[in-house]
Design a protein. Structure first.
Length: 54
């Protein structure tokens, strides 16, 4: 499972940049730690580059 997460994070970082990679990492940590603040910030960082690239 960690290999799949690493591949997904590398793809997102390659496609949308460092901010999206950081957002994906924060989202995963927030979900695992059951922390809504970390999950929300990670989600915003993940979505922002995707919307801006469009």
């Amino acid at each position: 499972m960690p290999l799949i997460a690493l591949v997904a994070e590398q793809y997102v970082q390659w496609r949308f940049g460092f901010a999206a990679g950081l957002g994906l990492a924060l989202l995963a940590v927030g979900i695992k730690a059951d922390n809504p603040t970390c999950t929300g910030v990670g989600g915003l960082l993940l979505v922002a580059p995707a919307v801006g690239a469009g």
